[in-house]
Write a protein that binds this ligand. Structure first.
Ligand code: GLU
Length: 480
């Protein structure tokens, strides 16, 4: 069996992180088993859908490296078109087949009648299900005759009065009791088919073998099981992945902060970090790894490692994952990303060796790519040390002015743009031996004079990256 999975977004807004996670799981599963990943656009809600959102969502997926094998822009003639708005006739044809078989019927009830029906059944303590006369076969000839004369009306599916059991890959066995849903509309009176119907017709016609989607669709699934049965279509495997929740354990929504992929993209998160973190929300690596690339999962992704309980969305963890991806990136890749950042004139002018040593040093401190130019400014180019209490204390030691005037004199003699590690070692040795400073006053003193900080990266890496002109001005500032 060739596996075919799909991601079926509705283009009614930006790509949501929950949607991106669903897309990722489908993509990974297709990759893992050599299947096909289909992108289907569910734009049956014509008022809320728009082509711009479709474009933006596809663009965000592409940014994350979640690339589809088939979709509106990559049609397989056997299955096209891939936008539901272009498939209306297909759904109408299938709906009519169900009417012909007596599995669905034309419903001529007015809105008022439907309201009254609901109020009555509720008042009697029953289920608020459709009880109109049109569900009875006795009225079907009359209904068909009215439609033949050109009257427009909804088509309603006759929900079988029996329970359904779903064998879900994540949720296990889910039983829907026989009174859970009543007859439901599959095509509206304006000819517009509804989601639950389109989805099944499409999954069936597109030979979808596995439906991996959010748990919020579980309530739809019972209606969909009924439609599969009515169409005589083979059921796909279902995997309803757990909900994303915020710290308050409520379903993740805008009030928990950024929920669209686009915002994270603008905030400079790395696409691989987004994939890594979203993947971990409800799925675990067989070797319990926390940090990985998508491509590391092609060999190991399976549908049996989903967690059935809700996954807590934690921005701090996402930031941490991002910083781990910064650390594991090659220096060459880091350099090319940093070079594209604004305010990197100084960085961009340096030699490849300098750039390499710089990113190697700063990646320990950077969470995001734009942190690099900031760190260069703070740690390397800052000529005016910020007078912290810790720095004041260092400067107040009696040994520090001696170190400062020695280093300032040495720096004045330097003819090159940067000092070497050997020069730095020689200076430290001199301070130790000739000036007879040792321990904390030695190390903190040298650090304070050269960097204007009481702590920071190893001087043997930092100082050879700092221009001599900056060191001079810094020490001038400290001597004032
Ligand atoms: N269009 C649905 C949504 O955006 C997806 C439904 C499905 O995956 O079956 O939630």
């Amino acid at each position: 069996m060739t596996v075919r999975v799909r991601f079926a977004p509705s283009p009614t807004g930006y790509l949501h992180i929950g949607g991106a996670r669903t897309a990722l799981y489908n993509y990974l599963y297709a990759k893992a088993v050599g299947g096909t990943f289909v992108l289907r656009i569910e734009d049956t809600d014509l008022e809320r859908s728009n082509a711009e959102y479709e474009k933006l969502q596809i663009d965000d997926l592409k940014w994350m490296g979640i690339v589809h094998d088939e979709g509106p822009d990559k049609p397989n003639p056997k299955y096209a078109p891939y936008r539901q708005s272009e498939r209306t006739e297909i759904y109408q044809k299938y709906a009519l087949q169900l009417v012909d078989k007596g599995l669905a019927y034309y419903d001529f009830c007015t809105e008022e009648e439907l309201e009254a029906m609901k109020a009555k059944t509720e008042a009697e303590g029953g289920d608020p299900h459709y009880t109109g006369k049109w569900r009875e076969a006795a009225h079907w000839e009359e209904a068909k005759a009215r439609v033949a004369k050109g009257e427009k009306t909804a088509i309603r599916f006759k929900a079988p009065k029996k329970s359904y059991t779903l064998k879900d890959k994540v949720k296990g066995s889910v039983t829907y009791p026989d009174n859970m849903v009543g007859d439901f509309v599959i095509v509206r009176s304006n000819g517009q088919p509804v989601y639950n119907f389109c989805c099944v017709v499409d999954d069936h016609l597109m030979d979808i073998t596995h439906v991996i989607r959010g748990e919020d669709h579980l309530n739809n699934t019972v209606r969909q099981l009924m439609i599969y049965e009515a169409l005589g279509a083979k059921l796909p495997e279902f995997a309803h992945v757990s909900l994303l929740i915020g710290h308050d354990r409520q379903k993740l929504s805008k009030r928990h902060g950024a929920t669209s992929v686009n915002l994270y993209r603008n905030e400079h998160y790395l696409p691989e970090a987004m994939c890594n973190y979203l993947c971990l929300l409800g799925w675990s690596h067989p070797a319990e790894r926390d940090i990985f690339d998508k491509s590391d999962l092609y060999e190991v992704f399976t549908l049996d490692r989903f967690s059935a309980s809700s996954a807590m969305y934690d921005l701090e963890k996402l930031k941490w994952v991002n910083s781990e991806h910064v650390k594991k990136m090659s220096n060459a890749d880091l350099i090319s990303l940093v070079e594209k950042e604004p305010e990197t004139e100084f960085f961009n002018k340096q030699t490849p060796e300098w750039k390499n040593a710089c990113v190697e040093l700063l990646k320990k401190y950077a969470q995001f790519i734009p942190d690099f130019p900031k760190l260069v400014n703070e740690m390397i180019l800052n000529e005016h040390p910020h007078m912290t209490d810790a720095l004041k204390e260092i400067l107040s030691w009696e040994t520090t002015p001696k170190i400062l005037s020695f280093l300032a004199a040495e720096i004045d003699k330097v003819q090159t743009t940067f000092v070497t590690e050997a020069e730095l070692n020689a200076w430290t040795e001199f301070v130790k031996k000739d000036l007879a400073v040792k321990g904390k006053p030695l190390f903190q003193g040298v650090r304070g004079c050269l960097t204007g900080h009481d702590h920071g990266p190893d001087l043997k890496f930092l100082i050879p990256l700092t221009p001599v002109s900056v060191l001079k001005n810094r020490m001038l500032d400290l001597s004032k």
